[in-house]
Design a protein around this ligand. Structure first.
Ligand code: F6P
Length: 511
């Protein structure tokens, strides 16, 4: 594979005259394909919605890494522009209501592979249906797995669980409303109301709320949030010092499903000490989110904390974002949690279809399986081109690696498999780990994430006529995408010194 070492340095001197932003794919010179049933993700037309385009790229994998000799052999990625364009049109997934597009055309799975996987995917769909009906799906712990019910309580397998979900949501909304409005107030706050949230938890009890705070909180939230998610004394001191006198106006949410995780317990004890030293009554400002009757729950009940919210046995930590774990911190920051739940519920619906090409989760699973030979032979790199999605890769890292990084499969066979997930943000990290992706070990596949709205409608500003900062971001994504997908093509175009971005856009759209 040819080197693309010139790509970063050559990306700086671009002038606006070379820079044609976001060309429409409808300018294709291949009119014979039926594209009328598709809505392509052309950004300017969709300026009033937040949309994500998720193309993926996989390096060629040597056939000898394939799991079994009977698996379809990998022949290398398609490079013919016409064939790629057909593949793009054939496989582009779009969810109009959510504004989500998923482009899997650059993952080179074959028709043969899709056919081979079909019975396994249908088995997975059946297993999912059983799961949603309340089957015991976690044999180790003998419990149900039902985080989808949080997003649509009507799906809960019995009226008791449905009521539990609805009551908890009501209680979270009411508590958040009362705190934000100042009806529930801390006893010694100079402001007379809560102004900050301090969340204490780790792993699944921290990453979801952290990710959502970065991604969705307004610029001036009613309560600002901070996190203690480790047992690092300096880290804890830093959070408490940053709060300073605001500690008196801080609601402390302690989150732990088990209620006994040492890091979280330590964080709680440290915060309680800080409260004592400041002459504050922790119980009047403490909230617990945990399983009923856990150590944490009993502590909070006996000490008479401000509030307690349940974590359900049938919700795993890493999938708890739509339980009180994620909903309470979000609501306190002024995020519309009912809207969040409605969006997640729509996404769940889309992932229930048993037609693989219409099911985004199944499509991603197919891609991951293909790209990593079903055994994690390649790492998954997540590249979001949006600062607010910085924590997406960390969130997915826990979700994927804790879920499928396993020593044994369900039949007890030793498999030692999983997928390594890492990432950071584009374009910032063009200059860091993306350097290795471009030139180093070919042991990865990439998911690019693009948000198709730069600023709220009406707020765009042009650096030069017709060119915004967001156009540059988009250009960086396209160049990285092309550079990884087809370095020789990119290198050749750089060497010919043609109008680079313009050329890339036009070319990309022809695929
Ligand atoms: O919510 P808890 O019980 O404190 O657990 C925190 C984290 O620790 C783990 O149990 C193991 O790392 C995760 O699954 C979980 O998210």
């Amino acid at each position: 594979m040819a080197s693309v070492s010139g790509i970063c340095s050559s990306s700086y001197p671009f002038k606006s005259k070379h820079f044609t932003a976001r060309s429409s794919p409808s300018s294709t010179i291949m009119p014979s394909f039926r594209i009328d049933s598709l809505t392509f993700p052309t950004r300017p037309k969709l300026a009033d919605r937040t949309l994500a385009l998720t193309p993926s790229v996989a390096r060629e994998v040597s056939a000898d890494l394939s799991k079994s000799d009977t698996s379809p052999k990998k022949t290398g990625l398609e490079k013919d522009p016409g064939a790629l364009w057909r593949r793009y049109v054939d496989w582009l997934y779009q969810h109009k209501e959510l504004g989500l597009f998923l482009d899997v055309s650059r993952i080179g799975f074959s028709e043969e592979f899709v056919e081979e996987m079909e019975p396994r995917l249908q088995a997975a769909f059946r297993a999912m249906q059983e799961l949603e009906k309340g089957a015991i799906a976690n044999p180790d712990e003998g419990r149900m797995v039902g985080h989808y019910w949080l997003r649509n309580s009507k799906l809960a397998p019995n009226p008791f669980l449905k009521l539990q979900i609805e009551n908890t949501l009501e209680a979270v909304c009411k508590f958040a409303e009362d705190v934000v409005s100042g009806k529930i107030k801390p006893p010694s706050s100079p402001e007379g109301r809560f102004t900050h949230v301090l969340s204490v938890g780790i792993g699944g009890s921290a990453l979801g709320p952290q990710f959502v705070a970065e991604a969705l909180a307004p610029d001036n939230p009613p309560l600002k949030i901070r996190f203690i998610d480790n047992t690092d004394p300096a880290g804890i001191d830093h959070q408490i010092a940053q709060l300073g006198p605001e500690l008196a106006s801080t609601v402390v949410i302690v989150i732990s499903k088990s209620g006994g995780t040492p890091e979280t317990r330590n964080g709680l004890l440290e915060v309680q000490k800080a409260f004592r030293e400041a002459g504050l009554d922790f119980a009047k400002q403490g909230v617990a989110i945990t399983q009923e009757n856990s150590l944490l729950d009993n502590t909070a009940r006996i000490e008479g904390w401000l509030a307690r919210f349940p974590m359900f046995d049938w919700v795993g930590g890493r999938t708890s974002e739509m339980s009180a774990v994620g909903l309470l911190p979000a609501a306190l920051q002024g995020i519309d949690i009912r809207e969040m739940l409605a969006g997640a519920s729509l996404m769940d619906d889309a992932n229930r279809t048993t037609v693989v090409r219409n099911n985004p989760a199944a499509l991603l699973a197919l891609c991951w399986y293909w790209a990593s030979d079903g055994v994690g032979s390649k790492d998954m790199v997540i590249l979001p081109y949006k600062d607010s999605l910085l924590l997406f890769s960390r969130y997915l890292q826990q979700l994927v690696m804790e879920s499928i990084g396993k020593e044994f499969d369900l039949d007890g066979n030793r498999v030692n498999q999983g997928i390594t997930v890492y990432g950071n943000k584009g374009s910032t990290d063009q200059h860091a780990y993306i350097q290795q992706l471009r030139e180093g070990v070919h042991n990865f596949f990439v998911t690019f994430i693009e948000v198709l709205r730069d600023r709220p409608p009406g707020h765009d500003w042009e650096l030069e006529p017709g060119v915004t900062c967001g156009d540059y971001l988009f250009g960086m994504l396209q160049v990285t995408f092309l550079g990884l997908f087809c370095p020789s093509f990119l290198q050749a175009s750089i060497e010919r010194k043609i109008g680079k971005y313009h050329f890339y856009f036009k070319k990309l759209m022809l695929f």
